[in-house]
Write a protein that binds this ligand. Structure first.
Ligand SMILES: NC(=O)c1ccc[n+]([C@@H]2O[C@H](COP(=O)([O-])OP(=O)(O)OC[C@H]3O[C@@H](n4cnc5c(N)ncnc54)[C@H](OP(=O)(O)O)[C@@H]3O)[C@@H](O)[C@H]2O)c1
Length: 410
């Protein structure tokens, strides 16, 4: 029963006997009385497993010829003797792959980054393939969200909120182009409160200087009560955010980068405080950010360095990339080919580190023949103090990141 959960069962006798090993969600007593909560569809499937004499409760249709819709089921029969009462009962139970339970994800202030994250999540859900291994931190590009048992950590409903109607129209077109799931995104303009009220998890993607005003809008604090609020704002600390919401709101910081747009992003997420919902919150966060690239948890004290390294990193990498291409052009290569060679070389080398686990020094030494051209080039780079220049760029960018989102000093 590892991959299945029982969602409906039909007990063959008048009296329900307990089958604790089935952990029943819905039970039909002789098909006459139903206790099914909101799982009508699944119970329909359960009814299909009954033999012909079984009566079907009003409002529940029997599937044609007992054919079960999804075929993702097994049937089990159990017998139990109640010796005290001299009864012998049996139960037929369908083990179903239950409908995904999911949650509602709201992207509050869905601009460039919000679109990148939400598109990645939707595309990864659309790209679901059966039997995909559930390994969230080793993947490329962006791990596919797996199918299977119900998963409270997978979003099933989406709301995106922007300021202007004009942006909302644009967003509807962007998400609509992603297919049926994208078209299901509810896009709202200037209706932040409504968006947050509808959500279980809120991803805040506004400009850092707008966060206080948006979270301070009437009703927002209460609408966030008990919810997970993930902020991707550069420089706005957890302490600041916590002061703007109720203590029951679970505030988390995440720092994605622009390659999220092509699901090759790197996102650092602040470590979660221990609470009864830590496991599910962690799974929710991993599934959002792993669907758009890699995701790593780190203490908040490292965030400014991460903002510089992976947040600003694409800009630094592009300087290096452009410089390599310029060198090629200087030596007569056509511009387009020089750029392709440089980009693919950087990508391939980075993959050797990430996928092959090679140390950069190992890769460098392996291509450095004594007296060859690589060592000649490397020495020229060292003359130009490339290493310390790049490392110092990260240092300076980290220092600047620590000033973002903070009140300006006079
Ligand atoms: N770019 C990066 O690489 C990167 C990396 C990590 C983190 N970040 C962080 O991501 C955040 C967003 O950056 P971005 O480049 O995506 O910004 P952006 O494209 O300018 O998007 C901002 C969004 O906020 C909306 N907005 C403005 N005022 C609003 C309000 N009062 N209520 C609701 N929505 C409102 C805008 O809607 P309208 O279009 O209708 O005005 C727009 O959709 C920033 O805090 C940044 O620090 C960025």
């Amino acid at each position: 029963m590892a991959d299945y959960e029982v969602r409906a069962s039909i007990v063959g006798l008048q009296r329900r006997l307990e089958f604790p090993e089935l952990n029943l969600d819905a039970v039909a007593l002789n098909s006459e009385r139903l206790s099914l909560g909101d799982r009508t569809r699944e119970l329909k499937v359960g009814i299909a497993a009954l033999d012909d004499e079984a009566r079907v409760a009003p409002g529940v249709q029997r599937a044609q010829n007992g054919v079960v819709e999804d075929a993702l089921h097994e049937q089990v029969e159990l017998e139990r003797a109640d010796r005290d009462k001299g009864e012998h009962c049996c139960a037929h139970a369908l083990l179903l792959r239950p409908a995904p339970m999911g949650y509602t994800l709201c992207v509050l202030a869905c601009g460039t980054m919000g679109i990148a994250v939400l598109s990645g999540v939707i595309e990864s859900l659309d790209a679901v393939r059966p039997n995909t291994a559930t390994k969230w931190e080793s993947h490329s590009p962006g791990t596919l969200t797996p199918t299977g048992p119900p998963d409270a950590s997978i979003p099933t409903r989406f709301v995106a909120c922007v300021a202007r109607e004009e942006s909302a129209t644009k967003l509807r077109a962007v998400f609509g182009a992603l297919g049926p799931l994208g078209a299901s995104v509810e896009v709202l303009a200037s209706r932040n409160l409504e968006a947050v009220q509808k959500a279980d998890v809120v991803l805040l993607c506004c400009k850092p200087q707008l966060a206080h005003a948006i979270l301070g809008e009437p009703g927002i604090k209460d609408a966030l009560d008990g919810k997970l609020l993930i902020s991707i704002l550069a420089g706005v600390t957890m302490a600041q955010m916590n002061a703007w919401v109720l203590p029951s709101t679970k505030v988390i910081r995440a720092m994605p980068n622009t390659p999220c747009k092509i699901r090759e992003g790197m996102t650092v997420v602040s470590t979660l405080p221990i609470s009864p919902s830590t496991d599910v919150d962690r799974a929710i966060i991993l599934k959002i950010f792993s669907s758009i690239g890699r995701c790593r948890f780190l203490d908040e004290k490292h965030f400014d360095a991460c903002t510089a390294l992976s947040g600003s990193g694409p800009a630094f990498a592009c300087i290096f990339l452009e410089a390599m291409a310029d060198g090629g052009v200087m030596m007569g290569l056509p511009r387009a080919e020089a750029l392709e060679l440089a980009a693919q070389t950087l990508q391939g080398t980075a993959r050797m580190v990430l996928q092959g686990g090679a140390h950069p020094a190992q890769i460098k030494d392996a291509v450095t023949t004594p007296g060859g051209c690589t060592i000649a080039g490397l020495l020229a780079m060292e003359d130009g103090r490339v290493r310390s220049t790049i490392a110092r760029a990260i240092q300076v960018a980290t220092e600047r990141a620590s000033e973002l989102g903070q009140p300006t000093k006079k």
